[in-house]
Design a protein around this ligand. Sequence first.
Ligand SMILES: NC(=O)C1=CN([C@@H]2O[C@H](COP(=O)(O)OP(=O)(O)OC[C@H]3O[C@@H](n4cnc5c(N)ncnc54)[C@H](O)[C@@H]3O)[C@@H](O)[C@H]2O)C=CC1
Ligand SMILES: O=C(O)[C@@H]1CCC=N1
Length: 273
Amino acid sequence: MTTLPPLAVLGAGSMAGAIVRGLIASGVDPASVAVSTRSAASAAAWRAEGVRAESLEENPHANAGVVGGAGAVLLGVKPAMVVDTLREIAGALDARAVVVSVAAGITTATMEGVVPNPVVRTMPNTPALVRRAVTGVVAGSRAGDAELAIARAIFQAVGTVVELPEERIDALSAISGSGPATFYYLTEQLTETAERLGFTREEARLLAEQTLVGSAELLAATGEEPAELRRRVTSPKGTTERLIAVLDEARLADVFERAAEAAIARAREMARG
Ligand SMILES: NC(=O)C1=CN([C@@H]2O[C@H](COP(=O)(O)OP(=O)(O)OC[C@H]3O[C@@H](n4cnc5c(N)ncnc54)[C@H](O)[C@@H]3O)[C@@H](O)[C@H]2O)C=CC1
Ligand SMILES: O=C(O)[C@@H]1CCC=N1
């Protein structure tokens, strides 16, 4: 297994923060991770977790400050900030460091146009925090086996890795990058339905959320196909059969396809800047 080099993380918000915490949960030494944050309070919170942290509030050069000595630099800033952030750190980057981006829509070619380093583009998801992420990984033109192995090692420590060509990553993002939002949205909808059926908010949340968690655990534990697990819930001529018939009528597959196409179109807009 590839040993992770010292890691610098620029912008440790929802996504990169989940990755760092997932890495620490996997046994990575927090002292081998350096984080730059916007606020001093956030940097202090990371220091309390044993991570080296600098904030832009205390030091406007915090981004360049944390990349020195790093063998891998994880870009966790918003897509619109990626190019500016790379410009900021270009002079401080170790020549051999691999730049790993999680940004939606920002191509490897765009990043390679700003820094001379090898670049890997990824699309993880927030279950990284509990080491259950699915991450799409794309090698840039300068990333060789060693750089790809580092990126793979980072994301395998927090879940499962899928390697794919760059033209497929926006589609992967629509399914797994945004996917946690899809499942939480469904859970919210089911909670509201339960409330409309007369349950209190607390009861409704319990019913919807525990059903999501229980169903996911059953899927993971049995390795059965969702269709088979669904069949076991659907008694012939029973209540679930009627329920699923209504969902079928609503053509959810078409709705999900339209939703995914909208996300893909947005990623392409973001790529154009
Ligand atoms: N949230 C998600 O589920 C996923 C997000 N992503 C990608 O992750 C990236 C970040 O998204 P989120 O974590 O959702 O946003 P976020 O807003 O939670 O995180 C961005 C972080 O960057 C910090 N920041 C802002 N300007 C900075 C600067 N100049 N230097 C250093 N840090 C700075 C912010 O304070 C914040 O903590 C985006 O590129 C997004 O496309 C990718 C996959 C999933
Ligand atoms: O919403 C976004 O743009 C990011 C990418 C996938 C999930 N969150």
